[in-house]
Write a protein that binds this ligand. Structure first.
Ligand code: AMP
Length: 323
């Protein structure tokens, strides 16, 4: 059964109810397996989606996939653009994955804007493209107890400061890959360590998916776009621009200073803004994610930062010391 989604009704609906319009259609009318928006089709359940992707594969068409947690912005849209250039069919998933949140308050506060997301996707996706909006039971019909071993890749930075985060990411992404069976999957370099984890994951699981890393999309003042930016106050938002600005300074500073001096400069300068608190700034080898002590140890390093702004945690990174 198919139902047509009407963005106008969705907007009116949003004013009255807590759940989104699209969720409500699926919940109240389980008979509807797919919702047709003006351009793309939206699926909540696995069987209808698999039927559709199976038909696509049988026609020999390649599928590009972008996993997201919603509250979509131009960073997500850039990944979709990359997929649309490479593939005749693009699948976008929207799933706030609970197993990757080590902090329950963070999970609870994470922005959820499904109706806005659907309306935005409708402006960019094509008729062949699909959106998958599963709920938690669909992705985890029973608890996922798998523990992945990523060697050194998750021992620093996000892996160290968010225990269990990458294991949760791997659980959700591997599950999504097994449902959608994409030919290529697109991830943002903003989550630089995550891209390495996913590349390692597909090796471990021997999955035939090509992982494409896409550039960081920034606001005009340099702040990396993030769904979490919506949680910042006006003052915090202004202060947050300092993060990328100091990373860009570090690029120049690093040419005349040591690794440790560069590290200290970044931490000191960001922390000098009373609204910003550096959780870590590490200069690492992008192959092992272990900290480097000298620029000439490897051809290229990454400077990766996490900053607490009020109750919001932002991350960013920059390529350093290309010699
Ligand atoms: P999320 O919804 O935060 O899980 O992000 C979904 C995908 O979008 C991930 O691959 C992110 O790395 C990517 N992404 C998020 N923000 C940006 C950005 N500013 N530029 C490029 N990609 C991004």
């Amino acid at each position: 059964m198919i139902v047509t989604y009407d963005c106008h009704t969705a907007r009116k609906y949003k004013n009255n109810k807590k759940t989104s319009y699209v969720e409500n259609i699926f919940n109240e009318f389980p008979i509807f397996e797919e919702i047709v928006v003006k351009q793309m089709k939206v699926y909540k359940n696995i069987p209808a989606l698999i039927e559709k992707t199976g038909a696509i594969k049988r026609k020999g068409l390649k599928i590009g996939f972008i996993p997201t947690m919603g509250a979509l912005h131009k960073g997500h849209l850039s990944l979709i653009n990359c997929s649309q250039i490479d593939n005749p069919v693009t699948v976008v998933s929207i799933f706030v994955n609970p197993t990757q949140f080590n902090n329950p308050v963070d999970l609870q506060k994470y922005p959820r804007e499904l109706d806005n997301d659907i309306a935005l996707l409708d402006t960019i996706l094509n008729q062949n493209d699909l959106v998958f909006t599963p709920d938690e039971k669909t992705i985890y019909p029973k608890p996922d107890n798998r523990i992945f071993n990523f060697g050194t890749l998750d021992k620093t930075m996000e892996g160290k400061h968010r225990p269990g985060h990458f294991n949760g990411v791997a659980q959700a992404v591997s599950r999504l890959f097994s449902i959608i069976k994409p030919d290529k999957a697109y991830f943002g370099a903003k989550d630089f360590q995550q891209v390495a984890i996913i590349k390692n994951l597909i090796k471990q699981l021997n999955l035939p998916v090509e992982i494409i890393s896409c550039p960081i999309i920034r606001e005009s003042d340099g702040l990396a776009l993030s769904s979490r930016n919506k949680l910042l106050s006006t003052e915090q938002r202004k202060a947050a621009a300092e993060i990328s600005s100091v990373l860009f300074q570090a690029l120049e500073y690093s040419t005349g200073h040591s690794v440790i001096e560069t590290k200290n400069m970044v931490i000191r300068t960001v922390n000098s803004n009373p609204l910003l608190n550096v959780e870590y700034f590490e200069i690492v080898d992008p192959e092992t994610f272990l900290p480097v002590s000298k620029w000439d140890e490897i051809p290229e390093c990454r400077g990766c930062i996490a900053v607490i702004v009020g109750k919001v945690r932002l991350i960013d990174n920059i390529k350093l010391s290309v010699r």
